[in-house]
Structure formats: structure tokens, C-alpha cells
Design a protein around this ligand. Structure first.
Ligand code: GLN
Length: 478
């Protein structure tokens, strides 16, 4: 098989070709490794997807079931002996002594570590512009962002620099970049994938999941990365993940919440979303209006809760235990403050300050306590909606990929990017984004969400719709 042919295969197809002996795992790995390395070499002329690329495949070669298919991993997953900085200067030089469970499970299943991917610092952002490694470019239009925070993972998969990747989603960071890059992104039920070894942002929301070219690839990755892990007390066991094979949606009830699909969603996105719903009806689904009355308050609650958790999680970066330490300080306090001053970027500092304020004595009830109540209301809205519908559909992102620099000066405009994805994060429920068309020549994502533990149904519905929509556009190969 030619190197160009190799990278056109989906990850599932590549694994099958290796298994049948039609493709050598070493050749598969090298085809991608060369492409990933050339993106690194291209510097500012490349997409800047990677923070580290492997020099060679591990010693194991092809092993069932994943057959040595190369895997790109968001920088914030710890991998023993491999630089893991979560996109931050403060972790410069940090080499973890252990590997995240999600990554070790995939390696045990036969995946080969290809690269670490660029991301917003500590996963805070929606554009991948908050990275110590510089922004990632969107392969559909290099003047635009790939979305974030898993922007490097999404751009790498969209550009054919990796067959598949994993990322994390706290408020939208898998789904939104998947939408903006025209690929599939799945945020599983909270707890489905162990958080052990994931550098934490907001622990009650952080969840790992796949970014892939197809729904079948997402199911395959989820099958092998999920599961209860004694190292993460919040992890749980999903029912066995099936590979999706549905072609029809007969009997499926899909609810469309006006709150997340009406005003605020740009016209071109709404048009593709409406077309996708028509496809769902052609496949036999019943599409009806549903209400999520508290969803419009999700972002406000999220931007109290996530910074609160972040301020606590990031207290550990003190210049003593990990990575960067500012030199020349006169005493311990000065060393702490200088290290944090030099090591954190502006968005991380903003969140630490917001979170510390929201948690401070006298304000705790007014901010954190109220935001928790809103979170409960949102979870109740979903529970009520799922009494009459099986799945909920919304656009993944209110807009297509925006220009680099367009929202950096306006944090609130940036935060709006996650308007449609944050409610599911607060409720802890699974949601998937699949490409559903183009607007202005840029991909549009369709989001489907289901009740906790409904991954198999969600993947089946997404698979049937993916077939019917037949999105076959791709960015120019680099
Ligand atoms: N963009 C959101 C934020 O900045 C969500 C990020 C994420 O899911 N990690 O917090």
C-alpha cells in the first residue's frame, strides 16, 4: 500500500488491514510518524498540532485488537518519561513517573503512542490560542482556530497527521474542536473513563474521550479506554461498548431544545443542523421540540464552578514539586509567586483569581452554592426531557471556526463558543459531535446527547446519521 493510501484508511480499517497481513504495523506507524514529524519541522508554516512526536514505534508491533494503530494523545495525559505539560510553561521539564490509565489501557489493547498534541493551557480555552506552545491552525483554513481545548488532537485527525486521537472535555473541549475541524468527537458519561493521570482542570467535569474520523472508530477507542479503575474513585464501568451498525432510526425520539438551537446560532450552522434533522426523520426518527429551561444559565454556572475547581487543582504548582521554578527569589513566598507569575498564562491566572474569589469566605454561598443549585436544575431538565425523548440534538457550536485572534481580547465572546456543550457537561451525560455539512466552506457539527450510560444508543444513532449525511469533504492534505 502506498504511504498516501495508508493515511486514507480509518483507524478501524487500518487495524483490520494489519490483522489480515495486508499492511505492516511498522509501515503504518512510520507513515504517520513522518507526517507528524514534518508538521513539527514546518514550525510556523505547519499546523502546530504536536508538542512531542515519537522517534519510533514501541517494541511491541502489531498486537490485537488495536494492531499497532498509532494514537495521538492530548498533552495533559501523563505518559511515563514523555514530556507532559498540559500546554503550560509551568510544567516545563516535567517527565511523569507514571502513565494515565486511559493511555495505558489503549497501549495494552495494542495502540502505539505516536505523539502528544497541543492544547489550551490546562484545557482552559476554546481556540487553542492559550497554549505555551503557540496556537494550532485549522487545516480547513489556516487563518482560523481549530477550536479547543483539544485543538491539536482535532486538527491532527482532520489533517490526516494521526488516524485517531484522545482528548478531554470539561465543557466542550472534545466536541467543539471536533465540530470546527469536521471530525467525530465523543464526551462519554462522567466517570466512564478514568481520570487517573489526566492533569486536572475541574475534576467534577473533566472527562476523556475519542476524536476520530468515524463513529465506528470512536466506539472502538471508547471500548478500550473506558472502565472502572481503582485509581479513580469516580470511575465506573460502562456496559460493554458495541461497535455501531444501525442503518435506520425507526422508533427513535429526538428532542430539539429551542434554548440551544435558536437565537445565537449563526444562520449557516442552523441551516445544516435543520438539514441533519430532516435526514434523521427520513431514517425513521421522530423529531420533536423539547424544553431545557435552565440551559441558558449553564455557562454562568460553569464559569463559577470550573474556575473554583481549577483554583484548587492548580494550587499544587508551587515551583517545588513539578516543572518550572523561578530563579533568584529571596525567600520561599517570592519563589512561589514568581514561579506562578512566570509559569501561568493570562487565561489560567484569570480563572485562578475568579475561582479563589468565588470560594472565599462570605461569597461561597452567593457564587459557588448558587452555581451548584443551577447545575442541579440543569440535570433535572435533562432528566425530564429524557422522559419523553431518547436523545437530544443541538448544533455543537453556535458558529463555524473563527479567525485566529478574533476572540482573544474578549473572554466572554470566547466563552460563548461552548454555549451548546456546557449543559451536558454539568449534567454528566454523554454527547457526541459528528460533521453534518459545510457553511462558508467550513465544517458544522451536529451534537447528539443521551442519558447517562446511553453510549451504545448514542453511537448507533450517530453512526446511522453519519451514513445518511455522508459528509465526505476533507481539508487539503498537508
Ligand atoms: N472552553 C471551555 C473552557 O474554557 C471548556 C474547556 C474544556 O472543556 N476543557 O473552560
Amino acid at each position: 500500500m502506498s504511504a498516501a493510501g495508508v493515511v486514507e484508511l480509518t483507524a478501524s480499517e487500518a487495524a483490520a488491514a494489519v490483522e489480515r497481513g495486508e499492511l505492516a504495523a511498522g509501515e503504518l506507524f512510520e507513515s504517520y510518524r513522518a507526517r507528524a514529524a514534518s508538521d513539527v519541522q514546518a514550525g510556523a508554516d505547519g499546523l502546530n498540532c504536536f508538542t512531542w512526536v515519537a522517534e519510533a514505534a514501541g517494541p511491541d508491533g502489531a498486537r490485537a485488537p488495536l494492531q499497532g494503530v498509532p494514537l495521538a494523545v492530548k498533552d495533559l495525559f501523563c505518559v511515563a518519561g514523555v514530556p507532559s505539560q498540559a500546554g503550560s510553561r509551568i510544567l516545563e521539564g516535567y517527565l511523569p513517573p507514571y502513565t494515565a490509565t486511559a493511555v495505558s489501557r489503549l497501549s495494552d489493547a495494542g495502540a502505539a503512542l505516536l505523539a502528544k498534541t497541543n492544547q489550551d493551557e490546562f484545557a482552559m480555552g476554546s481556540s487553542n490560542e492559550n497554549s505555551a506552545f503557540g496556537p494550532v491552525r485549522n487545516p480547513w483554513d489556516r487563518e482560523r482556530v481549530p477550536g479547543g481545548s483539544s485543538g491539536g488532537s482535532a486538527a491532527a485527525v482532520a489533517a490526516g497527521l494521526a488516524p485517531w486521537a484522545i482528548g478531554t472535555d470539561t465543557g466542550g473541549s472534545i466536541r467543539q474542536p471536533a465540530a470546527l475541524c469536521g471530525i467525530v468527537g465523543l464526551k462519554p458519561t462522567y466517570g466512564a473513563v478514568s481520570r487517573y493521570g489526566m492533569i486536572a482542570f475541574a475534576s467534577s467535569l473533566d472527562q476523556a474521550g475519542p476524536l476520530t474520523r468515524t463513529v465506528a472508530d470512536a466506539a472502538l477507542l471508547l471500548r478500550h479506554m473506558s472502565g472502572r479503575d481503582p485509581c479513580d474513585a469516580t470511575s465506573l464501568q460502562l456496559a460493554p461498548v458495541e461497535l455501531p451498525d444501525a442503518e435506520r432510526l425507526d422508533g427513535l425520539r429526538i428532542g430539539v431544545p429551542e434554548e440551544l438551537s435558536g437565537e445565537g446560532v449563526e444562520a449557516g450552522v442552523r441551516e445544516q443542523f435543520t438539514r441533519a434533522l430532516a435526514r434523521a426523520q427520513e431514517l425513521g426518527a421522530a423529531v420533536e421540540a423539547t424544553a431545557l429551561p435552565h440551559a441558558p444559565h449553564a455557562l454562568s454556572a460553569y464559569y463559577v464552578l470550573a474556575p473554583a475547581e481549577c483554583s484548587s487543582n492548580l494550587a499544587r504548582y508551587d515551583g517545588v514539586r513539578y516543572g518550572l521554578r523561578a530563579q533568584g527569589a529571596e525567600d520561599l513566598l517570592q519563589m512561589y509567586t514568581r514561579t506562578r507569575h512566570d509559569g501561568f498564562g493570562p487565561e489560567v491566572k484569570r480563572r485562578v483569581m475568579l475561582g479563589t474569589y468565588a470560594l472565599s469566605a462570605g461569597y461561597y454561598e452567593a457564587f459557588y452554592g448558587r452555581a451548584q443549585k443551577v447545575r442541579t436544575k440543569i440535570a433535572e431538565d435533562f432528566a425530564r426531557a429524557f422522559e419523553s425523548v431518547d436523545l437530544i440534538a443541538t448544533p455543537t457550536s453556535p458558529t463555524v471556526a473563527f479567525k485566529l485572534g478574533e476572540r482573544t481580547a474578549e473572554p466572554l465572546a470566547m466563552y460563548m463558543s461552548d454555549y451548546c456543550t456546557v449543559p451536558m457537561s454539568l449534567a454528566g451525560i454523554p454527547a457526541i459531535s459528528i460533521p453534518c455539512g459545510l457553511s462558508q466552506g467550513l465544517p458544522v457539527g451536529l451534537q447528539l446527547a443521551g442519558p447517562a450510560f446511553s453510549e451504545n444508543r448514542l453511537l448507533d444513532a450517530a453512526h446511522a446519521l453519519e451514513r445518511a449525511i455522508a459528509f465526505d469533504a476533507s481539508p487539503a492534505r498537508v
